[in-house]
Design a binder for this molecule. Structure first.
Ligand code: HEM
Ligand code: HEM
Length: 191
């Protein structure tokens, strides 16, 4: 697997970013929903700390991923109707936006509440805003709403990938999976 993407498939770096961040986002989301319903105590505090650390990791990976995206090329779109192509690109744009806005709104909420913030107990991070009840309410509203919107957009994203894989039987999913062989033979390579 080459590190850079080429005309036909995503490279190792883009795939690693994609799947690592997908894992982090799903993990932070599930933990977020579980932790808010927990009894007060050490376990809850630890769950909050873990949630924030995973979320901050997603934010850091987002910055690196975006930088790589500008340096790397994107594989050419596979043949599909124009409207499908436009929708897929729009969904990707929204996903990038949410990958930034969800952790950032969590960080702003944490700051506006005046809570401390650490990354896996390794180092402290600064507050992004002064203490403010109004800002805290706004930020947590944005955090939770964007999360549920993300769930909807992700359903379309994952549904689209699975439709391509099982019904169109093209390489959309395979070229994002690690170690998968492509089905189609590139033009010119046919025997
Ligand atoms: C990909 C990243 C993240 C996702 C998907 C995510 C998702 C969630 C979800 C689903 C909840 C539960 C909302 C509810 O039902 O009330 C939540 C709560 C929370 N999140 Fe995040 N979050 C992320 C990152 C962060 C970050 C980076 C921070 C802080 C630095 C943070 C701070 C919080 C806090 C403090 C709460 C609890 C709010 C309360 O007490 O009700 N989150 N998050
Ligand atoms: C939190 C979870 C996920 C997020 C945030 C996410 C985000 C993204 C983004 C932003 C892209 C566009 C990459 C670019 O053009 O730079 C992408 C591509 C892709 N994603 Fe996801 N994704 C997630 C989960 C999944 C899952 C679970 C699947 C499979 C079932 C999947 C399948 C794909 C495929 C196949 C592509 C490549 C599309 C193409 O080559 O045109 N993603 N994803």
């Amino acid at each position: 697997m080459t590190l850079r993407s080429d005309q036909r498939r995503w490279g190792g770096v883009a795939k690693t970013f994609h799947w690592l961040m997908a894992l982090g986002i799903v993990g932070a989301g599930v933990l977020g929903l579980v932790m808010t319903g927990m009894e007060r105590g050490m376990a809850k505090l630890n769950a909050f700390a873990l949630h924030k650390s995973i979320g901050l990791t997603v934010l850091a990976l987002f910055v690196l991923r975006l930088a790589w995206r500008f340096f790397d090329r994107r594989p050419a779109d596979l043949p599909m109707p124009r409207i499908q192509r436009i929708t897929a690109h729009a969904v990707h744009g929204v996903l990038y936006l949410f990958m930034l806005a969800i952790p950032l709104s969590g960080w702003i909420y944490n700051s506006a509440r005046g809570y401390p913030l650490q990354w896996f107990k390794q180092f402290n991070l600064p507050a992004l805003a002064e203490k403010s009840d109004d800002l805290a309410q706004l930020a947590i509203g944005v955090h939770v709403w964007l999360f549920w919107l993300l769930v909807v957009v992700l359903a379309a994203h994952v549904g689209g990938a699975l439709l391509h894989h099982f019904f169109e039987r093209d390489d959309t999913l395979r070229r994002m999976l690690p170690f998968a062989r492509l089905r189609a033979t590139p033009p010119g390579d046919a025997p």
